[in-house]
Design a protein around this ligand. Structure first.
Ligand SMILES: NC(=O)c1ccc[n+]([C@@H]2O[C@H](COP(=O)([O-])OP(=O)(O)OC[C@H]3O[C@@H](n4cnc5c(N)ncnc54)[C@H](OP(=O)(O)O)[C@@H]3O)[C@@H](O)[C@H]2O)c1
Length: 361
């Protein structure tokens, strides 16, 4: 039996408990930029599944195909106009409160002009980070989706994997722009940051690996250069999982290489796709690098004349030329026990099933 005094005590305890834990019980608010893209939309889906109150950063022309969930709040942020961006974030904060995390995914992986990489991948990152700091609209971590491309060529002969201590020296305009964004963030003392450097990301909604998968379906197993090339991969869902686990564990001020932990030669990758597609025979084509380069430049020029952005371009040539993309994910294993759900064969299988369902393959 509980006496009145005891009851009051219990109520007071409950009130204090509720007050103390209100913040913890409130839904965490997250902003994901580049939400309309392949990776951004995958991260958005995971955020919603985890119960985050999710803001999807888009722009006026963005496709909303993967952003149909009615719980989503869409926001068109003006990264190119720092003052407007600051105003937008201030208004957002005044009306709904601050973000517990921002995952900055918006970025260019291919561009018509080299300077666009710098503008979007570096300047826009800087503008967003500055506006968040000025307005106090972010109370938690700023996650930058960088890339393994920041590394540039590593051990191209002994095939030693990149590791956390490897010194980046990117050779592509893309990699250089991502490294500049990383260096800017790392120089910030008042903004908690986290940098993710994924290798090639594949999964449902991706259109880049789809080109290689389609080639295998047509009976062509294509590789660039004759010397062994080691490739690495990460499924988009595993990438999303790794980011949220890092966030939930409150890890900050670190950068992580991200891959599934295995490496494959280009032949092994194509053979995996071939097996998954059940393609009995393929023609193996190795294109010499001296031919790939002019073809890449030509593709870039033709696309520019047609007002398009080429997937196969001079930056991509350097990526195709690089022989060693292996990387050590030991720190992720140690810090969050990272175990990817998708090994390449199963990941490619689920991805091709998605492509088929969508009529893409
Ligand atoms: N795919 C990979 O293998 C890979 C590997 C490592 C790192 N990454 C990084 O992951 C991020 C996303 O890549 P993704 O493969 O998902 O590419 P994606 O499908 O092309 O998505 C890019 C996203 O960025 C947005 N964006 C592009 N330019 C913008 C601009 N000027 N202003 C505002 N938003 C802009 C796009 O908006 P719209 O939809 O309106 O165009 C889209 O939402 C990039 O930062 C990339 O560097 C990708």
């Amino acid at each position: 039996m509980i006496r009145t005094g005891e009851k009051k005590g219990i109520h007071a305890d409950i009130t204090i408990f509720v007050q103390q834990n209100r913040k913890a019980m409130e839904k965490k608010r997250i902003l994901i930029t580049g939400a309309s893209g392949f990776i951004g939309s995958t991260i958005v889906a995971r955020a919603l599944a985890l119960g985050y109150e999710t803001w999807a950063g888009i722009r006026s022309g963005s496709s909303l195909r993967y952003l149909q969930d009615e719980r989503l709040r869409l926001i068109d942020l003006h990264y190119g106009d720092p003052e407007k961006l600051t105003r937008q974030l201030r208004e957002e904060m005044n009306s709904a409160g601050s973000f517990d995390a921002v995952i900055h995914v918006a970025g260019l992986t291919k561009a018509r002009r080299k300077e666009d990489f710098d503008r979007v991948n570096y300047c826009y990152t800087r503008h967003l980070a500055e506006a968040l700091q000025k307005t106090g609209a972010l109370t938690g971590t700023f996650v930058l989706l960088s890339s393994l491309s920041v590394m540039g060529p590593g051990d191209e002969k002994g095939y030693e994997p990149f590791c956390a201590n490897s010194i980046p020296h990117p050779n592509t305009a893309y990699g250089k722009s991502k490294l500049k964004a990383e260096q800017y963030l790392m120089s910030q003392t008042t903004l908690p940051w986290l940098i993710i450097r994924p290798t090639g990301v594949y999964g449902p909604r991706d259109k880049d690996y789809l080109i290689l998968i389609k080639a295998v379906k047509k009976g062509l197993s294509v590789g660039a250069g004759f010397r062994k090339q080691l490739l690495t991969f990460i499924h988009s869902q595993d990438l999303a999982e790794a980011i949220f686990t890092l966030l939930e564990k409150g890890i900050r001020g670190k950068s992580y290489l991200l891959a599934d932990g295995d490496s494959y030669t280009d032949n092994e990758f194509n053979a995996t796709v071939q097996e998954v597609l059940g393609k009995k025979r393929v023609i193996r084509l190795k294109i010499p690098l001296w031919l790939v380069r002019p073809a890449a430049i030509l593709s870039e020029k033709v696309a520019a004349l047609m007002g398009r952005t080429a997937t196969f371009n001079s930056d991509k040539y350097l990526i195709m030329k690089q022989r060693n993309w292996s990387c050590d994910i030991g720190p992720l294993r140690e810090d969050i026990g990272f175990t990817p759900r998708w090994k390449l064969k199963e990941g490619v299988r689920m991805t091709t099933e998605w492509y088929r369902k969508e009529g893409w393959l």
